[in-house]
Design a binder for this molecule. Structure first.
Ligand code: ATP
Ligand code: MG
Length: 262
């Protein structure tokens, strides 16, 4: 078995994927997700150590490492880096070869990528100017409501209806939610409204590149089934969710590592 590592140092979390290749069959051998914290390089090194010791491997067994994500510029353990856009497209194409549209909603930005028949990036749009429509927006609202983000999906699916959050700006939306709570509006309705607000931002981004099926979602926010369901309803097509949507960029980086070493 030949081994490759992909590391994605995001604004919220760092992710690692250990890819194993045997007789040209590639598979995910191991992975880990950890909060990035103040020192992304140190966190990434910890992830590498964890995965290697779990798999009883050493750095000598790794043919290549590729780094991606917001923190990729400051790493000292690899010279190979790739953009998040190309890594997300590659990772998702590996699992969903019919993909044409990738929606990635991370901690600090959201992006929509148009993917060609062979998995290449044809076009993309990105929102990295403002927290609206990102995981950060959801994190702020989760704190105000004192409800864990992990419960946002289940609460959304059970809530019969929702209250529209009219403010796009995170700071104004936070005040709006405080007012809604004081008016006695149920947390369920508010949470569903928050998920719709994030989904609407992703929809407006997606419209700019054009939505073509299959549509696949990645990033930590894809773990919130409320956002996924809201987006499915707004777009009007089925959205595929990988079993671990948060590691798609790291998977793409690991696949690039294999390409580089050949
Ligand atoms: N179990 C979960 N349930 C709901 N939401 C979650 C869960 N885990 C993570 N998230 C969401 O995922 C976000 C982080 O996503 P991700 O790890 O993809 O970001 P990132 O790659 O670090 O950020 P970026 O790509 O913007 O630099 C968090 O802000 C949170 O909103
Ligand atoms: Mg990311």
């Amino acid at each position: 078995m030949k081994y490759y590592l992909g590391v994605d140092i995001g604004s919220a979390t760092a992710k690692i994927v250990l890819l194993g290749s045997l007789d040209s069959e590639d598979s995910i051998v191991d992975y880990e997700i950890k909060e990035t914290g103040p020192d992304g390089n140190k966190t990434a090194r910890e992830l590498i150590d964890n995965v290697l010791s779990r798999q009883k491997l050493s750095l000598k067994d790794i043919k290549e490492i590729v780094v991606t994500g917001y923190g990729r510029i400051r790493v000292d353990f690899s010279h190979n880096s790739k953009t998040e856009i190309s890594c997300h497209a590659k990772g998702i194409y590996f699992l969903f070869p019919k993909v044409r549209t990738v929606i990635d909603i991370g901690g600090q930005d959201s992006k929509v990528i148009k993917v060609g028949k062979n998995g290449t990036v044809l076009d993309f749009v990105m929102n990295d100017k403002c927290a609206a429509g990102t995981g950060r927006f959801l994190e702020v609202m989760s704190k105000v409501l004192q409800v864990s983000l992990k419960d946002f999906g289940d609460i959304h699916l059970k809530a019969p209806d929702y209250v529209e959050i009219t403010n796009i700006c995170t700071v104004f939306a936070e005040s709006e939610i405080i007012t809604l709570i004081s008016e006695g509006v149920s947390k369920e309705k508010i949470i569903k409204g928050i998920n719709y607000s994030v989904a609407k931002r992703a929809l407006s981004l997606a419209k700019r590149v054009g939505i073509e099926e299959e549509v696949v979602i990645s990033g930590g926010v894809a773990k919130n089934m409320g956002v996924v369901k809201a987006l499915e309803e707004l777009i009007g097509v089925e959205i595929k969710v990988p079993s671990e949507p948060q590691i798609m960029g790291a998977l793409g980086a690991a696949l690039f590592a294999k390409e580089i070493s050949q």
